[in-house]
Design a protein. Structure first.
Length: 373
C-alpha cells in the first residue's frame, strides 16, 4: 500500500497530509508507549470495505515507516517521515464506528495510554550522596532542553554556529525548511546555558550570540544561586532589555517550569474519503484567549456535542469565567464573551445551557460567521 503506483496511493497521501496538519496543529510527537486507536467512518451508504481493512491500513500508514522496514518512500517526499507512533504493535485498544453522513469522510484519534512512566518503587536514595558539579549541572540542563525541544516537535541542534561563536541548544522549525530560497530549517528558540559564575564580558558575548541567531526568542540560562549569581542575573536582565530580538534571562527554576509542561497525549486526524478535503465548520482563524476551545471544537465530528463545564475547563486548561456559571447568555453573546466567540468562530452554537447541572449542548451551525462576511 505504501509502494509507488499502488491503487490506494492517493488515499495514503491524503491521510499523511491530514496527519501532518494535525501534528503541527496539536504539537504531537511520535510516541513509543501503548496507544488507543479510534476510527470513525462516515458516508451516505455502508463503507465498501470492512473494519479490519480500514484499521490495518491506518495502522500501517501512521506508524514509523523509515526504521527497519526497507521501504522506498521517495515518491512520498517529506510525507514519508510523518509518523504518530513507532509501530502499530503499540495499539492496545481499538474503537471502530460507522456513521451516516451526506459526505464520505473519516476521522482518526490516537491517544496515549501510558503518557508518563510510573516512578520507580523502593526507598529514595540518600540526599546529596553525590554532589553535582557546575559542569555536570550545565550538561544536564542542556540535555533536558534538547529533549524538551524534540518532544515539542522541533528539530534540535547542539553547538549551533553563529557569526560570533556557537549556541548551546537551538530549536528549529523543520516544516519551514521546504520554503523556496531556504537551505536549512529556521531557528525558533536559542539557548545559552551558563553553569558557573561568568564575567560581564562573557555575558555580553552570550547576548550577541543570541542576537546574531535572529530567532523568535533567545534564552540566557544562569544556573546556581547565591548573591553573586543574583547580581549577575540582574546585570544580564539590564543587558537584554533593549530593542532587537527578544531575549529572556532564566534560572534553573524557569527551566523546570518548561520541563513540567505536559506532553500532548492525544491527536485527532480528520480526512475525507478519497482525495476530497475534509469539511470544516468555519474558515475563521481565531486568536482569542480560548483558542484551545476553538481548535478542539474544529476537530469534533457530528452535529451535536453534549459537554459539561468541567470538560470544557479541561480543554482550555483554566477555570471558566465566573459569568459562564452565572449567566446562560455568556455562552452565546458573541460581543460580550470570549468563550462565545471561540465557540462560534469554530462553527458551533451553545444551546440548552443548564447552570444548575453545569452542562450544555453545542450544535454545529449550517453556516459559520466567515461564510456570511
Amino acid at each position: 500500500m505504501l509502494a509507488a503506483g499502488h491503487p490506494h496511493g492517493a488515499r495514503v497521501r491524503a491521510l499523511l497530509e491530514a496527519a501532518q496538519q494535525a501534528v503541527q496543529r496539536a504539537g504531537w510527537t511520535s510516541v513509543a508507549g501503548e496507544i488507543s486507536l479510534e476510527v470513525v467512518v462516515r458516508g451516505p451508504e455502508r463503507p465498501p470495505s470492512d473494519a479490519t481493512n480500514y484499521l490495518g491500513g491506518v495502522g500501517d500508514v501512521l506508524q514509523d515507516k523509515t526504521v527497519g522496514r526497507n521501504l522506498d518512500l521517495t515518491h512520498l517526499g517529506e510525507l514519508g517521515a510523518v509518523t504518530l507512533y513507532t509501530d502499530d504493535r503499540q495499539i492496545r485498544q481499538i474503537h471502530y464506528t460507522e456513521e451516516h453522513a451526506d459526505q464520505a469522510s473519516y476521522s482518526i484519534r490516537i491517544r496515549q495510554l501510558d503518557p508518563a512512566a510510573p516512578a520507580a518503587a523502593g526507598p529514595a536514595a540518600p540526599a546529596a550522596t553525590v554532589a553535582e558539579t557546575a559542569t555536570e549541572r550545565g550538561r544536564r540542563v542542556v540535555a533536558d532542553l534538547a529533549a524538551k525541544g524534540a518532544e515539542l516537535g522541533f528539530s534540535v541542534q547542539h553547538e549551533y554556529p553563529v557569526q560570533g561563536g556557537r549556541l548551546d541548544v537551538v530549536w528549529l522549525m523543520p516544516t519551514l525548511a521546504a520554503l523556496p530560497g531556504t537551505t536549512t530549517a529556521p531557528p525558533v528558540v536559542g539557548f545559552e546555558v551558563e553553569s558557573s559564575w561568568r564575567t560581564r564580558k562573557h555575558l555580553k558575548g552570550d547576548y550577541l550570540n543570541l542576537y546574531d541567531l535572529g530567532a523568535a526568542l533567545g534564552v540566557l540560562v544562569l544556573l546556581g544561586d547565591g548573591p553573586e549569581v543574583e547580581a549577575t542575573r540582574r546585570f544580564a536582565q539590564t543587558l537584554v532589555d533593549r530593542p532587537g530580538p527578544r531575549v529572556l534571562v532564566w534560572s534553573e527554576q524557569d527551566v523546570q517550569l518548561l520541563l513540567d509542561c505536559p506532553k500532548v497525549t492525544q491527536i485527532t486526524v480528520l480526512t475525507a474519503a478519497d482525495e476530497s478535503p475534509a469539511p470544516t465548520a468555519s474558515n475563521r482563524v481565531h486568536h482569542g484567549k480560548f483558542r484551545a476551545l476553538w481548535a478542539w471544537l474544529r476537530d469534533q465530528p457530528g452535529t451535536e456535542l453534549p459537554v459539561t463545564f468541567d470538560e470544557i475547563e479541561e480543554v482550555i486548561g483554566t477555570p471558566l469565567p465566573r459569568s459562564c456559571r452565572k449567566h446562560p447568555a455568556h455562552w452565546s453573546s458573541y460581543e460580550g464573551s470570549a468563550v462565545a466567540r471561540a465557540i462560534q468562530d469554530a462553527g458551533w452554537t451553545a444551546t440548552k445551557v443548564n447552570l444548575g447541572q453545569q452542562r450544555l449542548v453545542l450544535v454545529r451551525r449550517d453556516r459559520a460567521p466567515a461564510d456570511l462576511d
